[in-house]
Design a protein around this ligand. Structure first.
Ligand SMILES: [Zn+2]
Length: 105
């Protein structure tokens, strides 16, 4: 467990436009032309420049708790026509590796 001041800061979960472009290329090369939205058929996806950290939770005595140390970083793809959202695990993408290493750091 890291000290409080060494924890990942919010701004660390944001990546550069350059990284976003590399990520989009990687996603395109894996999904290719088949990446149409299954709801509306559009292929106009937006890839956000922030990681979303999904953390597992639990209920105890009617209260909700989280396991932040078990969070897993994702990137979001949002269909620009209908808002359908997809979340890809960041660890699958080479372009995000430097960010992941920084987080482990
Ligand atoms: Zn759509």
């Amino acid at each position: 467990m890291k000290d409080d001041d060494e924890k990942l800061k919010f701004e660390d979960s944001e990546f550069s436009e350059e990284t976003r472009e590399a990520l989009v290329e990687e996603i395109d090369s894996r999904l290719g032309e088949s990446a149409a939205c299954e709801l509306c058929g559009s292929s106009d996806w937006n890839v956000d420049t922030r990681l979303l950290i999904f953390t597992p939770g639990y209920l105890s005595n009617g209260k909700f708790g989280r396991y932040p140390e078990k969070g897993s970083p994702h990137v979001s793809l949002i269909c620009q026509n209908c808002g359908n959202a997809k979340f890809l695990q960041a660890i699958y993408y080479e372009s995000l590796k430097p960010l992941m290493e920084k987080a482990d750091g």
